[in-house]
Write a protein that binds this ligand. Structure first.
Ligand code: GRF
Length: 208
């Protein structure tokens, strides 16, 4: 049996995406282990969720960017992390950090990229007037919200939507595709070619 995928999850806030990962692991739906949860915010509810699940946590105080990132890199390496998951981590990582872990960092973003990158994606979508929006899991590269797309899920925008109602509809899908992307990564089924990410079919190898 291959070794369990070790995750390092970076968080800044509420942590519902982290919770979705924890729940999927606990329910046996995702074969992975969260080695460490790291936050730049000591009061993040996500840290509380991790502690409740007996997952090791680390708070890294933001300061000089290079030192802040160096500390995070050290923690991730000490914990032998295979995949880094940005789950509501509200900082932009430098090219130096990103290039340290090529194709080993993924992010969940609440829009159908490349539409509405950056902050307040749900508000941007609502104000723009799109009829469909959604969420995206992508590999992280040097461009903010610009890396190769792994999975996307669409949701409708209704006339009476508020930022809150739309965000809630998207969030449900975020939890689903983030866990699914981690699963596919862990099963070594993601093949990246330029900007495109191909997903190998289940059991493909075994059929040969
Ligand atoms: C999510 O909407 C995610 O897409 C964005 O930040 C939010 C984090 O939510 N990057 P949570 O902390 O996982 O509840």
């Amino acid at each position: 049996m291959s070794k369990k995928l070790r995750l390092g999850v970076l968080v800044s806030g509420r942590g519902t995406n982290l919770q979705a990962i924890i729940d999927s692991i606990n329910e046996g739906k995702l074969s992975a282990e969260i080695a460490i949860v790291i936050s730049d915010n000591p009061n993040a509810m996500a840290l509380e969720r991790a502690r409740k699940a007996n997952i090791p946590t680390a708070y890294v105080k933001p300061g000089k960017k290079s030192e802040f990132e160096r500390e995070i890199i050290n923690i991730l390496e000490e914990n032998n992390v295979d995949l880094i998951v940005l789950a509501g981590f509200m900082r932009i990582l430098s090219p130096n950090f990103v290039n340290h872990f090529p194709l080993r960092i993924i992010n969940i973003h609440p829009s159908l990229l490349p539409s509405f990158p950056g902050l307040n994606a749900q508000k941007q979508a609502l104000e723009y007037g799109v009829k469909i929006t959604g969420c995206t899991v992508h590999f992280v590269n040097e461009v903010v919200d610009g890396g190769p797309i792994i999975l996307q899920e669409a949701v409708p925008v209704y006339d009476d939507d508020t930022v809150e109602s739309l965000s809630a509809r998207i969030l449900e899908k975020e939890h689903k595709i983030l866990v699914e992307a981690i699963r596919l990564f862990g099963e070594n089924r993601l093949r990246v070619s330029g900007r495109r990410v191909f997903i190998d079919k289940e059991g493909f190898d075994k059929c040969l």
